[in-house]
Structure formats: C-alpha cells, structure tokens
Design a protein around this ligand. Sequence first.
Ligand code: URA
Length: 187
Amino acid sequence: MYENWEELENSIQNCQKCKLCQNRQNIVLGQGNKEAKLMFIGEGPGADEDIQGLPFVGKAGQLMNKAFRGLGIDRNEVYITNIVKCRPPANRVPEEDEALACLDYLRSQVMLIKPKIIVLLGSTALKNILGKEYGITSSRGNWIEQKGILYMPTWHPAALLRDESKKIEFWKDLKEVAKKYNEINVK
Ligand code: URA
C-alpha cells in the first residue's frame, strides 16, 4: 500500500509488475477529485485512454460524460479509474495476474480518496473488487455495503454500445447513485 499520492505516483511511473507494461503508451492512473465522495471504477484503458493517459476519454467516456450531464454531476468532482492501469491488448478483459498486480494501486487510491460511494462499471470491476461470486446481471442496481463504503454495480458503458436495452437499467442505477450522493453531500 502507498501512504500518500506522491509515493503512489512515483511508484507507478515505470511499473513493470505485469505484462501489460510491454505495449502501453501511457499509464492511466485515474482522473478527478482526490477528495471525491463518489468514485467510478471501470475495467482498463482502451486505445484512446492509452494515447491520452486519461480514463474514459473514448466512446465509453463520451457516454459517461452524457450520463454525468444528465445527472447534474460535474465530472471533475468525482474520481474515475480502472482495475488495470495499462491497456490490455485488443481491449481484452484483464487477466487475473494483471488485475492482482495492479490491485495495490487501486486499494491505495481508495484509501487516500476515502469515497462514500463506488460505482463498479461492469463485471471486471465487480468481480475484482467484491469477489468472483458476484455476477453483474443479478447484482446490478443493488447497493452492497462493505467496510463503510456503498458499492453500486452497474453495466459497463461499453456494454450499452453493444446492447441498447441496457441503457434503461444503466440510467436507473446511476439515478439511484446520484440520489444517494446528493443525500450524502447535504449531510
Ligand atoms: N473502458 C474502461 O473500462 N475504462 C476506460 O478508461 C475506458 C474504457
């Protein structure tokens, strides 16, 4: 675990903990408010993210931006990151050893940010954070509380691009998140 952001950012700079380092252009650590009460965790950088070094800036990111606008949430007030910080080849799902090698970075991010709510975008985020026994189809839309953090699993935005019908559920889940987030912000 990394005690502070400086330690974390220095340690990840030339990270070679897994094979994803071989083809990356940039490490995508995360973006946003380091004191956010609301955090989003995706799967891993895609081509656009790899080029820019920022999470969710491609097609899936545009969908997220649209969702943020609809919810009245400023993207800069939340924190966005991924399970793995380097792009898997051809955007494949991160392998177990890759996710595990990267987990210390994510754990440290959560420890330093101390979010109240974490949105798990898709199956990879759900299984790596809460456990393999969770399935996205049955878990999405339901709050899961662990160690004082409220988790909301929902569809990954890329899944909506493949299957339009998931948009309604995704929107419903995010509206639930926004409601809870507003309650927390008022307190
Ligand atoms: N998909 C993800 O899971 N993360 C990103 O940053 C971009 C696309």
